[in-house]
Design a protein around this ligand. Sequence first.
Ligand SMILES: NS(=O)(=O)c1c(F)c(F)c(S(=O)(=O)CCO)c(N[C@H]2CCCc3ccccc32)c1F
Ligand SMILES: [Zn+2]
Length: 263
Amino acid sequence: GAKWTYTGPDGEDHWYKHYPFCRGPFQSPIDFEPELLRYDPTLVPVEVRNYNLSSHEQLTLSNNGHSVQLSLPPRMQLSGLPHLYSAAQLHLHWGSPSLPAGSEHTVNGRRFAAELHVVHFNSDRYPNISMAADKSDGLAVLGVLIEIGEFNPAFNQFLKYLNGVKYKDQRIQISAFNIRGLLPAHLNEYYRYDGSLTTPPCYASVLWTVFKNPVTISEKQFLALATSVFSSSQQESAPVVLNGNYRKPQNSENRIVLVSFQE
Ligand SMILES: NS(=O)(=O)c1c(F)c(F)c(S(=O)(=O)CCO)c(N[C@H]2CCCc3ccccc32)c1F
Ligand SMILES: [Zn+2]
């Protein structure tokens, strides 16, 4: 597809020119402002299956020029949602050293340092993510808000390999690890709403679950993420550092955000 970036002439305000859905309804991310929240006692804790991958297994870590992503096996599944969803990949959005606030979702206007997304597709209905990506009931993404604090050994299981994917289109095989360790301790408190991919093609195909409780990574881990990878390929003369790769909050259009917790 057409190239897109987070700033400049191909930045988010221009995405709609090649990707019309980016100007459509139900766009993500949004700001979780108090007036939109509605407690829903039927929201059960998210259940993850087979997230504890064996270190004998290998995963592909890659730099797609927009984020660093880790491929995930479809036997990793989500239950407790309207359908069974199988994992496809995880990736991150983060800020920059000068502006260490790069989460996509914000809470009452507060932007966190970074945000992890674990992308799943509706495996009750679709054979793979490509067939599911543009269907209204196609995807379910788990969002984990990240703030700077204690060192996080789980994130280091893939952050330690960033120098192997410095440039766009680089990919390496890494040892798998327990992906559950990247999520907050408790999966019972979350925001739930119908939204979209936060990158082109912006399909309104995502059931979002953003956990209320952030996780931490250390300042050093954040700086490694914010300074180690480039959106440019190795061949290009001028390296362009990849950071600030978050879309700004979209119009919530009076959408209700269900919450599984009471203040
Ligand atoms: N924030 S977000 O909305 O979760 C989100 C991203 F931000 C993001 F960059 C990606 S991407 O890395 O694939 C770059 C462009 O789509 C995805 N890809 C998903 C959805 C699109 C189809 C597809 C196919 C295979 C694997 C993953 C995906 C994405 F879902
Ligand atoms: Zn994302």
